[in-house]
Ligand binder design. Structure first.
Ligand SMILES: Cc1cc2nc3c(=O)[nH]c(=O)nc-3n(C[C@H](O)[C@H](O)[C@H](O)COP(=O)(O)OP(=O)(O)OC[C@H]3O[C@@H](n4cnc5c(N)ncnc54)[C@H](O)[C@@H]3O)c2cc1C
Length: 384
């Protein structure tokens, strides 16, 4: 049996699973994607991502979608500024040229990127509303997948693209996603240009990193005119519960947050004061740096399922897409499925280990003494 006739199930229609499916489909494969959510519209997909040339953009190129991406991405979104709690600037990069040349990291709204991938697939590729509960091996040659809705399926290859709390990961690894020591609160300022032009002028078209006292305010201008803000805290795992944000009126919740930034500059406090949408607490989880497993026939992992890391190097989505592309290429170009998986894992373990190490170092830097000066120096070093 050659690979083309193998029955391949991808669990999860995130950026990793969709990229993988698209490249396999281009080569004549017919993978099925099982997605737990009922449709693409169930959940807002979150903020903006910057796609790197050698990871996210490379994956889109292999998928034949790079030109479509260039139509929706924002090159000016790459601009950034690093300040401390007093507003002192340590690094600023406002004049990023609108170019598709090498080394660029253009921004794209997550929903737009996911829609681009979803729209590129054959219409019957995704079975929505199928939450996978696990899989059991059959005769050491196949797997039977189980779903919350009672559905079952027997497949030759399972690819887990089901994110941080993967239901498939236990088939190959005992590791679980653990609290990273960092908690975040997401705020949004919608219609910012019209309502708060001064804040928009301060922010610029990209990202502001304000770091001090083991806390952050990271503010990103999004393509739909909103500023999305991540307040970050080095804190115990129960920190967000102690704030009781969801039990209180938004204005009381905002006051609770403002109290945590009472000695920050008035300009930076505006990011909290002007917030006008839902307040979302997020605990940040990670897998151990350089997570790997022994190769196992008929199953592998991509994206967060394989190497969940904190967002402090902007690597997770980029790597999920690269994994999808590398695995697809390996399956397409190798006659033997076991060899294909082995070769993908070998390559991925190597680049994911480097990225997860760098991400952990960045996370430690963001929440360290004199963090703004250190990040500013790092950002300036990239320009040299
Ligand atoms: C606050 C924050 C900011 C971030 N910023 C960036 C950034 O700027 N740049 C960057 O590169 N990365 C960033 N990331 C990381 C990035 O979001 C992830 O690494 C990326 O989304 C992983 O993609 P994935 O396809 O592996 O998984 P996911 O995007 O998590 O997709 C998994 C899919 O599987 C589905 N699913 C889950 N369980 C099941 C199940 N049991 N059965 C069926 N379906 C299931 C889910 O519904 C989902 O659709 C950030 C993360 C956070 C938390």
């Amino acid at each position: 049996m050659n690979n083309l006739s193998h029955r391949i199930a991808i669990i999860g229609a995130g950026l990793g699973g969709l990229t993988l499916a698209k490249i396999l489909q281009n080569a004549g494969y017919t993978p099925v994607i099982y997605e737990g959510e009922a449709s693409r519209h169930v959940r807002p997909q979150g903020g903006t991502l910057d796609l790197e040339t050698h990871t996210g953009q490379r994956a889109l190129k292999i998928a034949g979608l790079l030109d479509l991406f260039y139509e929706v991405c924002r090159f000016e979104g790459q601009s950034s500024k690093t300040v401390d709690k007093n507003g002192k600037i340590y690094h600023e990069d406002r004049d990023v040229l609108p170019t598709a040349e090498g080394g660029s990291r253009p921004e794209v709204d997550r929903t737009e990127l996911r829609n681009l991938l979803l729209d590129s697939l054959q219409s019957d590729t995704i079975l929505w509303g199928h939450t996978c509960t696990g899989a059991v091996p059959i005769d050491n040659t196949k797997y039977e997948l189980h779903f919350e809705n009672g559905h079952t399926d027997v497949v030759d290859l399972i690819i887990a693209a089901d994110g941080a709390f993967s239901r498939i990961r236990p088939l190959v690894s005992d590791e679980k996603a653990k609290y990273s020591g960092i908690s975040m609160v997401e705020l949004n300022i919608t219609n910012a240009e019209e309502l708060f032009p001064e804040l928009v002028a301060y922010n610029g078209p990209g990202t502001v990193y304000a770091l001090s006292d083991y806390k952050t305010i990271i503010a990103q201008m999004n393509g739909d005119g909103r500023i999305r803000i991540y307040l970050g805290f080095k804190a115990e795992a129960n920190f967000l519960e102690t704030l009781e944000l969801s039990n209180n009126e938004p204005e009381i919740a905002k006051q609770t947050l403002l109290n945590l930034y009472s000695d920050w500059s008035d300009e930076l406090k505006q990011y909290i004061i002007c917030a006008n949408e839902e307040i979302t607490p997020r605990r940040i989880y990670m897998l151990p740096v350089a997570h790997k497993w022994e190769n196992k026939k008929g199953v592998t992992l991509i994206g967060d399922a394989a190497h969940l890391m904190s967002p402090f190097a902007g690597a997770g989505a980029n790597l999920a897409m690269l994994d999808g592309a590398e695995l697809a290429l390996s399956i397409i170009n190798t006659d033997n499925q076991e060899t294909a998986i082995r070769e993908y894992e070998k390559k991925m373990f190597d680049y994911a280990a480097k990225a997860s190490k760098e991400t952990k170092e960045n996370m430690d830097l963001f929440f360290s003494e004199d963090a703004a000066a250190k990040l500013g120096a790092l950002m300036n070093s990239f320009k040299e």
